[in-house]
Design a protein. Structure first.
Length: 465
């Protein structure tokens, strides 16, 4: 009999004395957290979209809802670090373990090392979830491994002091980021201390940022419910309550949007002119920037025209929830001829790696690879070329990505200027309500999460001669 099967059988015999005649009693909060972790890791779900659905279908109180969010988001965010602990104690490579066991172990390890959960509760409660979703044998394995891990609480301190392990590998494990992302950050920042601070900040949960849509709500109304005014963006508030506690959000007069993303829309709107102008948001889904831009136009430039384009049907539906349906189209943004008209202002919030929003998207760091850039970079170039074809002389393209990667930011702008000699970069400081914050020497914008407390957004304004 293999050694693993032998000691699992012994554990199972022990469990027979205690649990074989009792049903599993998983706590609802941990069971829901496991469901989310499993759906994200195994079925490709997005945590920020699926968690609200799971919570709305539950009867959990506010305290348990907060616990679920902390446990599920934290586990997904830190699972690279947790895999180190699992691999250190497991009897086989982690990729040979059952998927359910891996997700259960990650959830248990997160409670042991990252939360204020007593070890006996972290282990015992996780095992009850394991009994319910994976069966007694696998639950016994989870129990044994978590107990082994819990006897080695200084393993990460030992790792940090181990001179035989390369520094970048330590950063990757301790801060739970793939090495290629760490290298990409260093390519921009050129400072390992700054890189480590960014990695640390990416792992700290942040409350939602609210945008008070002009003409429909106000910052004062939001602050009357609770929160504090954020430093970037004219309409941004850091919430201190649940989104639905704000009447403006429930009534669709305000939205949830990172202040860096809000700033992109504000900067682009600031390029407005006195005469009537035709505006296009070329990649509008899921609709945050389109909603703010549309409401700014309605409030201050009602005679201007606005079109929010989103080719993906389900994302176009999301845009139609915050922008009038008659102003939403679903053309392929790479096909300029399908629009049948030209525009004076075109915003390209381009599909990108999303590595500038890792603190809000816990699973993104594990889903993206360098290979993704092979598809994203040509798509971004094609969108710029298409926008150029649809742009009136004197018109302006706003090219934005939620990424600090050079390939998706400054390199794309340089390539665009090489292909289209009559494009010039405008100085964003002249249009930004945040002044010179984040503005590069060439006039483009690069925000940083560890410096600006926003997503690491990039933007360049390109004007056609």
């Amino acid at each position: 009999m293999p050694e693993e099967q032998g000691w699992i059988q012994v554990l199972n015999l022990s469990n027979l004395n205690n649990k074989s005649f009792s049903k599993p009693k998983p706590g609802k909060a941990r069971l829901l957290a496991y469901d989310l972790i499993s759906q994200v890791n195994r079925s490709g779900a997005y945590a920020n979209l699926r968690l609200p659905e799971l919570l709305s279908d539950s009867d959990l109180d506010l305290r348990d809802r907060s616990f679920v969010t902390e446990l599920a988001y934290g586990t997904l965010r830190m699972q690279g670090k947790h895999d180190f602990a699992i691999s250190k104690k497991a009897d086989r490579p982690i990729d040979e373990l059952d998927e359910k066991i891996v997700d259960l172990l990650r959830m248990g390890v997160h409670q042991i090392f990252e939360m204020r959960v007593p070890i006996h509760a972290a282990v015992g409660e996780t095992v009850e979830v394991a009994r319910a979703v994976a069966g007694e044998s696998k639950a016994s394995y989870v129990n044994a491994l978590l107990r082994s891990i819990s006897t080695d609480l200084d393993m990460y301190e030992v790792l940090a002091n181990d001179s035989a392990i390369p520094a970048i590998e330590k950063l990757s494990i301790l801060h739970s980021h793939p090495i290629w992302i760490i290298n990409a950050y260093f390519d921009q920042l050129k400072d390992w201390i700054a890189v480590e601070e960014l990695l640390r900040i990416n792992n700290i949960p942040v409350a939602p940022h609210i945008v008070a849509w002009p003409g429909k709500s106000s910052v004062e109304e939001i602050l009357n419910i609770g929160g504090e005014k954020l430093p970037i963006g004219s309409f941004s508030v850091l919430s201190n309550a649940l989104p639905n506690d704000y009447p403006a959000i429930k009534d669709k007069r305000a939205g949830i949007q990172d202040m860096g993303s809000q700033l992109i829309a504000e900067i682009f709107f600031a390029t407005r002119r006195d005469e009537a102008t035709k505006w296009l948001d070329l990649c509008a889904g899921p609709g945050g920037k389109a909603a703010l831009l549309h409401n700014l136009l309605v409030a201050e430039k009602p005679n201007d025209s606005f079109l929010a384009n989103e080719p993906t049907s389900h994302r176009a539906d999301l845009v139609a929830r915050v922008v009038p349906k008659g102003k939403v189209s679903s053309f392929d943004g790479r096909d300029s001829k399908s629009f049948g008209e030209k525009f004076d202002r075109i915003l390209i919030d381009a599909p990108c790696s999303g590595l500038g929003a890792l603190r809000r998207r816990p699973e993104a760091r594990w889903r993206r690879t360098l290979n993704d850039l092979k598809e994203l970079l040509p798509l971004q170039r094609d969108l710029i070329d298409s926008a150029y074809e649809m742009l009136h002389p004197g018109g302006i393209i706003g090219f934005a990505t939620c990424s600090p990667l050079l390939a998706e930011t400054k390199s794309q702008v340089l390539d665009a200027k090489y292909r289209h000699k009559d494009l010039k970069i405008l100085d964003i400081a002249k249009f930004s309500p945040a002044g010179s914050t984040g503005v590069n020497p060439d006039g483009s914008l690069q925000l940083w999460t560890h410096l600006d407390a926003s997503d690491s957004m990039f933007m360049a304004l390109l004007q056609k001669s």
